[in-house]
Ligand binder design. Structure first.
Ligand code: NDP
Length: 285
């Protein structure tokens, strides 16, 4: 039977550890880690995500600043908000919720965040540091996945790791982190010719495509470690991942559920990132 990689439990532990770290930093250096979350517009999913990120920061003792801007916000106005947060000493981590309205150039906004306050690890400097294998602010979802694997003592060294998806926020940084951990990494995407050929070779399969239940048991090998990043909404409103859970779980050594797998790890890891940025701002870490 597959081990369930329970992200909810792991995330609780991380949040507890972060809350302890926040308390220590307050007492030792008088620094209260601050997370600023910026949202433009009213996209329902983004509203929920930003609210839960700000709430999670507050719950572990951080200062949470939520900046809600109207849909009509211009790029210049958003750049001014980011510049003010860059200059605000209370703020150690800045996160601009993506996607942004079409009229705003996302890359320009992400690049305007100080790399030393980049809570999401999306700034080109941090992307470069990660690819060089140097200390960097690391995107939360792939970093959270590694924490979950570590917690279950799954060592990826030498594994055939197949990552489905090549986005800047999940697929690419996941591949970089797995390479740094000495896995042999293959990245697949929508132009990959024979997806099943690759998925069947995987000792570790990380799926981040956003394609509901596309990966079935027939497409994986016996003993695979299956990590499902996908969050897809079924017609009845319930959530499902990219993996067909029952058939993949029947062959897997370990598997993440959706919901309750990778999702909770993302926010917990964000809090860990902000704590680290605050520690560095105080000369620690
Ligand atoms: P993107 O849409 O940016 O990227 C999807 C990737 O999947 C692309 O690289 C795309 O290829 C590839 N892809 C799409 N269809 C196929 C296919 N049929 N075969 C092979 N590859 C395919 O998505 P994100 O990376 O932002 O997110 C992926 C999923 O993960 C979504 O469901 C999202 O909701 C979820 N997510 C979950 C998080 C969590 O915390 N659990 C956090 C972030 C995202 P190409 O590049 O060629 O277009």
């Amino acid at each position: 039977m597959a081990t369930i990689l329970d992200g909810k439990e792991a995330a609780k532990d991380i949040r507890r550890t972060v809350a302890e770290g926040v308390a220590v930093l307050k007492n030792a250096a008088g620094i209260v880690p601050g997370l600023a979350v910026v949202i433009v517009g009213e996209d329902p999913a983004s509203v929920i995500y930003t609210r839960s990120k700000a709430r999670a920061a507050k719950k572990c003792g951080m200062l949470d600043i939520l900046r809600k801007l109207p849909e009509e916000t211009t790029e210049a106005e958003l750049l001014a908000v980011v510049a003010a947060l860059n200059d605000d000493d209370r703020v150690h981590g800045i996160l601009v919720q993506l996607p942004l309205p079409d009229a705003i150039d996302e890359e320009r906004i992400v690049a305007a965040i100080l790399p030393s306050k980049d809570a999401d690890g999306f700034h080109p400097v941090n992307v470069g540091l990660l690819s060089l294998g140097q200390p960097a602010s690391v995107p939360c979802t792939p970093r959270g996945i590694l924490s979950l694997l570590d917690r279950h003592e799954i060592d990826v060294t030498g594994m055939e790791a197949v990552v489905l998806g090549r986005s800047n926020i999940v697929g690419k940084p996941m591949a970089a982190l797995l390479t740094a951990r000495n896995a042999t990494v293959t990245i697949c995407h929508s132009r990959t010719k024979d997806l099943a050929f690759h998925t069947r070779r995987a000792d570790l399969l990380v799926s981040a495509m956003g394609r509901p239940e596309m990966i079935t048991g027939e497409m994986v090998r016996e003993g695979v470690v299956a990590v499902d990043v996908g969050i897809n909404r079924r017609e009845d409103g319930t959530l499902t991942g990219d993996l067909h859970y029952e058939s993949v779980a029947a062959k897997a050594m370990a598997i993440t559920p959706v919901p309750g797998g990778v999702g909770p790890m993302t926010i917990a890891t964000l809090l860990g990132n902000v704590l680290e940025l605050a520690q560095r701002s105080g000369g620690e870490g």
